[in-house]
Design a protein around this ligand. Sequence first.
Ligand code: ADP
Ligand code: MG
Length: 258
Amino acid sequence: MITIAVANQKGGVGKTTTAINIATAMAATGWKTLLIDLDPQGNASTGMGVPASARESSSYDLLVNDVALRECIQPTEIPGLDIVPATVDLSGAEVELVAVDDRTARLQRALAGHVGHEICFIDCPPSLGLLTLNALGAADTLLVPLQCEFFALEGLSQLLQTVERVQQRFNADLGIIGIVLTMFDRRNRLTDQVADDVRDCLGNLVFESVIPRNVRLSEAPSHGMPALIYDHACAGSVAYMALARELIARLPEKRKAA
Ligand code: ADP
Ligand code: MG
């Protein structure tokens, strides 16, 4: 299984929207896909149509209670896409794990040897705390949603420093599969300027596909479904399908034949 952390310590940059829709796009392309909600806000779980009352075992159980991964996985409405939901308990995990020896390796251990899925996306919370460190410890690579706004590059350099530290301390092989520009508005000159700066700085690391600001993407979660299901033809859905194609082309190893 290839594990991809969707991370950026800034809130509201499109992590959850990206995690939900890229996971759906991968499942639609025939990949057995797992989505792990690692944000105590549980937006990915809600957005996938898993109500709080249906979250029996969660990412909290996985991290803190040593519950086996297979017991925390539940199916979604989408064929080929399963989820480990998040509950509010998870907000306590940062504190509860502080005193634990292998506190940054909990998720890595929980995922080790899992064979039921080919690809896994982890939706990270908006911080660089223990939850995100667990995701970076468990991940093969990182997908970074970046909103084209004035401080975008500053936030990014902080994230890249964290990645370097993780590589030095506990996950030497952690890669960055790419940066995706989100909520892009071509009529806004600042957005355009930031996008140019980011591409100048980071070159090929930035995906060609850009996710436009699209109201359908923001409406879909309130219907408990990915935009790709809610309106598969909207500009946002089309962009996420294109991103999935680019992602597949960048994946380090080809999918094993079924
Ligand atoms: P994060 O997980 O980084 O906090 P979200 O994915 O939850 O960010 O996005 C923040 C808000 O912006 C949500 O209300 C979401 O529906 C909305 N949103 C995300 N991406 C887009 C987009 N491309 N166009 C319009 N709204 C978006
Ligand atoms: Mg989120």
